[in-house]
Write a protein that binds this ligand. Structure first.
Ligand code: ZN
Ligand code: ZN
Length: 251
């Protein structure tokens, strides 16, 4: 009986997907080409994917100077709580912008495997698997509860989850976001004001677990770095040995 019901449900799903695709054929998010003959990447066509090679340059989390393996440069070492930083693309890449926008605002949660692919290419092309083996935990920059409920997922957590599978390290949820921002970060242009705006916005609720550990902190976009650096400061104050940043795009 149950098998029959499962079979009928599967058949209804299959039929409704067929009609949905007939009415709304899947098109590439970027070039709008029909992707119905590309079963694996229905959101982005293979041509557009090919054009998206992650960067092979490492730059300092604070001043954007070239660095080795993502290490924060010697000039910024003492005033930047992030010890290393990794990012895949510059945010001025229109394709990347479109993908992140779709991931965040068009509720296309199914883009996560595509983003995971970018991440694994980045890690293998840059030969940083061994560097990343020093990471103890991976943590996503938390969203406010309101934003999480609205979107239904935290896009940074999906990225963090992908990294966790690639480098085989566990996720941790040690940061808690205390409240809402009085002004959205995107509306503030001045770096000092951005830093002030996020001050004391996060707390650490797992001091024992993170003590002397190295954490990889994940966000979708790193613009001024104020939010991620504030999270890193809180984790360091709570006893973390090192905090490294990871973002898909850097503004
Ligand atoms: Zn395309
Ligand atoms: Zn620097």
């Amino acid at each position: 009986m149950l098998n029959n019901i499962n079979r009928i449900t599967a058949s209804i799903n299959h039929t409704s997907n067929y009609f949905l695709e007939l009415l709304f054929p899947p098109i590439c998010l970027i070039c709008k080409k029909d992707t119905s003959n590309m079963p694996k990447n229905k959101f982005i066509c293979s041509d557009c994917l090919k054009g998206l090679k992650p960067t092979t340059k490492f730059i300092c989390a604070n001043c954007s100077a070239k660095t080795i393996n993502g290490k924060t440069c010697i000039n910024c070492k003492n005033n930047c709580p992030l010890d290393r930083f990794f990012s895949l693309y510059p945010y001025d890449n229109e394709t990347v912008k479109e993908i992140i926008h779709a991931f965040k605002y068009r509720f296309i949660k199914d883009l996560a495997p595509t983003v995971d692919k970018f991440t694994s290419t980045y890690i293998s092309n840059n030969d940083i698997t061994e560097t990343l083996s020093a990471v103890d935990f991976i943590e996503a920059v938390p969203l406010t509860r309101v934003r999480f409920n609205w979107r239904g997922y935290n896009q940074s957590e999906l990225i963090a989850h992908g990294i966790s599978k690639i480098i085989n390290k566990p996720l941790i949820y040690s940061l808690k976001r205390k409240g809402l921002l009085s002004v959205p970060q995107a509306e503030i242009k001045d770096h000092i004001q951005r830093t002030k705006n996020v001050k004391n916005l996060f707390t650490c609720k797992s001091q024992l677990e993170i003590k002397n550990k190295t954490l990889l902190l994940v966000d979708d976009v790193y613009t001024s770095g104020a939010t991620m650096q504030e999270c890193a400061r809180v984790l360091k104050d709570a006893g973390a040995k090192e905090v490294w940043g990871f973002a898909i795009a850097r503004g």
